[in-house]
Design a protein around this ligand. Sequence first.
Ligand SMILES: Nc1nc2c(ncn2[C@@H]2O[C@H](COP(=O)(O)OP(=O)(O)OP(=O)(O)O)[C@@H](O)[C@H]2O)c(=O)[nH]1
Ligand SMILES: [Mg+2]
Ligand SMILES: [Zn+2]
Length: 321
Amino acid sequence: MSGMMPMGRVISGSCNVFTIKMEDRTHEIHECRIKGKVLKAARGFYNPLAPGDLVEFDPAAGLILSLLERRNVFTRFNLKGNAPQLLAANVDAVVCISTPASPPFRPRFLDRLLLQADAAEIPAFIVCNKIDLFPQLDGETRGSIEKRLSDFERMGYSVLLVSAKTGEGLKNLETKLNGIRAVLVGQSGCGKTSLINALLPAVRQKTGELNRKYDRGNHTTVMSVLFDDEQAGFSLIDTPGIRRLVPEGIDSGDVQTLMRDFAPFAGKCAFGLSCTHRTETGCKIQEALVTGKIHEDRFESYLRITEDLNFFRGAIRADRV
Ligand SMILES: Nc1nc2c(ncn2[C@@H]2O[C@H](COP(=O)(O)OP(=O)(O)OP(=O)(O)O)[C@@H](O)[C@H]2O)c(=O)[nH]1
Ligand SMILES: [Mg+2]
Ligand SMILES: [Zn+2]
């Protein structure tokens, strides 16, 4: 670093044009390109920079000169690009948004988000938005949602029930977000943008209608954007809805210790940490599954996640920043 050029925070960016906010009292906004071909740290990534990144830049030339060291990154494996994709950098929390309905509750999607956050060592919590729709559900559906959410709480993840529509629970969410930078992730249509609009009314963004036939979102948000509102005292990164979340940067053998309900049993099987928990005798995870200490859904997640990680491993880079 030259030490002469100012620093800025990445607000958003597409292929190679990024919106940078000056990290000083002026908070000037600049559109910049990356100097030269690629930043060294971006090698192997689908995208070189993410909202939350700090860069050194030349405002007059509109050039990003270097990337400052990251505290953390929240990533996923991008199937189309066949490379890891940065969703956010330098965040204090990953807010995993779910819904009881419209789109339907998908706990195995939460399993994946939480795993990715834990692997990146970023504190994560769950927000169940559209809680106004909960009373309309039948008793069995409500029961299974409550069971899964309380299991998550037992694993140490906070669960907040909110409604961007009615405002219910938003005060609790605000308290939880106080003083931090958080990234909101979840399926399309779960209400990430609606929640940002409700929490940061100064930055109103477009939200989408649900697809009536499929009861899910239409991918209204197309890129990640950082919103910071001096008044609110916290900042939020909106992300595009994810259809399929393939974790990345995780060794498939580490999933058993990363999944918090598996961790107490990991390594205790007859075959130790090399047990795949599928057909081996003396498997403590299988035992926990039978006694209900591990939910069958979580076990299904474990199987599918490890399969995905093994399948896509070839494409995942080794040189992590
Ligand atoms: N009933 C109800 N509807 C909501 C709530 N929050 C959002 N919605 C509706 O859900 C739809 C999708 O909301 P968005 O905020 O666009 O969802 P998103 O997660 O940003 O979706 P993508 O940008 O596609 O990823 C909109 O029609 C919202 O009005 C809520 O708390 N209750
Ligand atoms: Mg959106
Ligand atoms: Zn086992």
